[in-house]
Design a protein around this ligand. Structure first.
Ligand code: SF4
Length: 293
């Protein structure tokens, strides 16, 4: 069977909680499994469906590794080998750093699953002390969810920025990456209409990443129920991408896959009745969001 769509797997844990793992097949055989590191998430990023759940608990090392083991066992015969693992499912991986470091070690160990460290990517919303530790203790790849070019916007859509602002986050990366040979961080940038997608944002982004070996991944926003954000139109994303590329940035953009079945980044989980709070919208964005609604 040839699998073209993303495939969402639900795992019921011993305590009855459910986590989600997503398989993203790729035509060129680079199949990726997206694994969870927590049940829910405490970070409350305003554009994220998982964040609405709040944090239920951390996953153990074995609960993290098992997702990749089972995905490989169940799906390799259907989609071919799984080559990439990304910690981009439910949770903030570095909020569960002990278990995530151990799981990443097992994923790359030749006695373990023996993935290449370059093919195992841990994503973070920007927990600076843990990010430093991760870069010092692991050779796996790091993705940082950036999503804004000013502290005002980032502190609104990603409250972790109130503790670790852009200057601190990017300064730490600039410093830490000096001692990592041929290592590039991946910046993820979810494009939100009228919020972070202006020409000025693109220009600021170029300045912000100066001196940091990196790639920038532009991601289309997947609207979910109750979300007041809207995706940036494709032409505008291309304009944004071209500004970055002309300035010499390595920039990637692909249309999101899987949003038709609630299985794309920021769409996993099921918020219960008690949900994380929606934060106050800065006054200058109220009109934009009302117009987009
Ligand atoms: S985007 Fe990631 S860090 Fe932010 S709330 Fe969602 S799962 Fe947590």
């Amino acid at each position: 069977m040839e699998l073209k769509r993303t495939l969402q797997m639900l795992f019921k844990l011993e305590d009855g909680l459910v986590i989600e793992t997503v398989l993203i097949p790729c035509e060129r055989g680079r199949n990726t499994v997206c694994i969870s590191s927590q049940v829910g998430c405490a970070m409350n990023c305003q554009f994220c469906y998982t964040g609405r759940m709040g944090l239920k608990r951390n996953l153990s090392t074995s609960e993290i590794v098992e997702q990749a083991v089972l995905a490989r066992r169940l799906l390799s015969s259907e989609v071919g080998p799984i080559s990439n693992v990304v910690f981009m499912g439910m949770g903030e991986p570095l909020h569960n750093i002990e278990n995530v470091l151990k799981a990443a070690d097992i994923l790359v160990d030749e006695q373990g699953l023996h993935f290449s460290p370059r093919k195992v990517t841990v994503s973070t919303s920007g927990l600076v002390p843990q990010l430093k530790r991760f870069l010092r203790e692991s050779n796996c790849a790091l993705a940082v969810s950036l999503n804004a070019t000013t502290d005002e916007v980032r502190s609104w859509i990603m409250p972790i920025n109130r503790k670790f602002n852009l200057n601190l986050l990017l300064g730490t990366l600039r410093e830490e990456l000096q001692s990592k040979h041929k290592y590039k961080v991946l910046f993820e940038y979810v494009m939100l209409a009228g919020v972070n997608d202006s020409v000025e944002d693109a220009k600021r982004l170029i300045d912000l990443v100066q001196g940091i070996p990196c790639k920038i991944n532009l991601i289309t926003f997947n609207p979910h129920s109750g979300s007041f954000f809207k995706p940036t139109k494709k032409e505008k994303i291309i304009e944004f991408r071209d500004i970055l590329a002309e300035a010499g940035c390595v920039v990637l953009f692909r249309w999101s896959r899987g949003n038709d079945q609630m299985a794309a980044c920021g769409q996993l989980g099921k918020p219960g009745e008690i949900q994380a709070p929606v934060l106050q919208v800065p006054s200058q964005f109220q009109a934009v969001l009302e117009a987009a609604a």
